[in-house]
Design a protein. Sequence first.
Length: 671
Amino acid sequence: MSKRVKLDVEEATFQDTVHRTVSSGSRSITTTIINVDGKPYLLHAEDIATLEQTFQHCEFLPATYFGDDIATGTDATAEMLAKLAEDDVWSPGFMSLAIYPSNDPKGKQPVQPELSNALVVHVLGGLAIPPGPYAVHAATGNLYPVSRLMPDPSNAFIRGIVPNSYKVPFNRLQLIPVPSRAYSGKPTRKSPLSGLRFGVKDNINISGLQTGNGSEDYRSLYPPPDETAPCIQLLLDAGAVLVGKLRCTQWCDGQDPLERFEEVTPTNPRGDGWQKPSSSSSGSASACASYAWLDFTVGSDTGGSIRHPAGVNGLFGIRPSLNAINTFGTLVCFREFDTIGIFTRSASVASSVGKVMMDGVDGDIWRVAEEVEGLMAEEKKRWKFKLLYAVEPSSEAPTSAPKFFPHPDAAPLESQIPAANIFEIFLSRLEAHLDVQRQVVDLYSRWRETRPDPESTDADLAKYTANMYPNLVYGSMAYDEYLDFVHDFQSRRPGRGRPFVEPTTRARLEYGADVTDEAMERARDVLDVFGTWVKTELLPAPARRGTRGDEDQDAGGPEKTAVQEIPLLVYPQAWGRPQYRDEVARREPGKLFWEGFSVYSLSYGSGCPDYVVPLGEVEFTSRVTGASAHLPVAISLLVPRGMDEVLLGLIAELEEVGILREVAAGDRLFR
């Protein structure tokens, strides 16, 4: 409720006020933009307090409220100003008017030296609003929170959001309203993410905002959803602040910049600025890597769309266990593969956000996980990891960007050595921290030797799994999503023909429409066999084991409990190798899909979590700019399905002890 207060201020000056009307469906709202210290600010749509006195010669007056709990002494004011100076929204121009709480009915209190150039007002009893920057409407005395309009030079966002009680897009391109962190309280058990800002991939529903799936025809065809996806609502309920929706490729397909025509491809800020940002979740990765004012972003992963963008954009990328995060309210390419994922610049934020998003998910996986992780919590000192070091076959010819680490019998290529040194430093420190030694694993040989039913399964892992992904994903997308969309478009837009879909993606969806039921069943059988092999041979879940000492066994004494080793598989995610925006991904001419074994299938085939962590940078000379720049080196960590809490805790612990480091936004990982 607004509180009316009398002021003894007669005039103030201000400039540069712009009013616009924006709408979302049947809702419309007038927005007001003001300029403070040469920076644009958006007034929030609703006032939260009212001052009695009006002003002359201005429309809005920038103001700072010092909070209801601030003491009246000079030290308290200086401390608050120092704190506000760290806020990326507040600026000194908001000291045109300084508002203080007061216990003096006459409103007379000493003026601090720091406020000598400000109009100072003492409000009896305070305003019951957070401290921070505000704007006072001169004619009414209404007090409005403000958001700074941050630029989006990386083209990562579709739209920002007008801050109000319901979601309305802010329809000024490349300007994103960002509320002050001062408005958010400190994190609590009920609001563990208080004040953290985030953006959401455009295939995830937000109430009041249109979902586009990277397609303007899709975005314009359907009305904004009435409900927010449950996984995003969990974040909002935990205090996180949503600032906008982020670009994705059409239908979340794998598209290079040269294959995208309808929407601009976001910029990868690392290195020379001319590198690919990867594909489907490119907007989410680009935004998190580009902007320090954004704390994390949400994307999705079917066949690598969290992990590859995280690697090349130098971020922590969390693809959780299958069904660990609720996917309701999102475009689903193939339900048995799709997960919601997270991008952050620090392991601690990844851990906090991951725990919130994975809260309350039902399913068999969590009954198993709770038993295992409950045991781990009881006996944490007895955790034991088995570090699996995935390598290329010894017979494989070296390549510039191998899927796995070079075989111990093969020296890395000269171009691989800088990244190989970074990997080795990390792995040596990880071995020491976990008190383990890595075990070399050649997955291709392991498959040949241990695959189930050798008579009916091909010994060549790449050949056996070759059609699994395209048949399941594009067959499912074509019949569950795409054909319905085409029908809706043609029935609602007569005479327009078919909707626009990027040529490469359209060809893949048409391929999916031709996948027969028999081919789908064969692909499902391959998925079942391969996924079971990963879960039993590579990444089996640990469980209780009963043991007795010799003396107890003879006497029939009580069992002791032990914990099996937790398999932790590592493979290289990014080698710091340039991938320029004007290059098309390696596929043979005329081929719709890259043919070969996908390392990402270890996770999507089995449902196990795959977390990407940035390790360092490799220097290179840009063929575009001719200057020296740096590109990220990253590694993937996999554990058994359902053990996300263990893996989140591990990466946070590694960051705490300095084995991993928080990365910065911009062209370099570390400042």
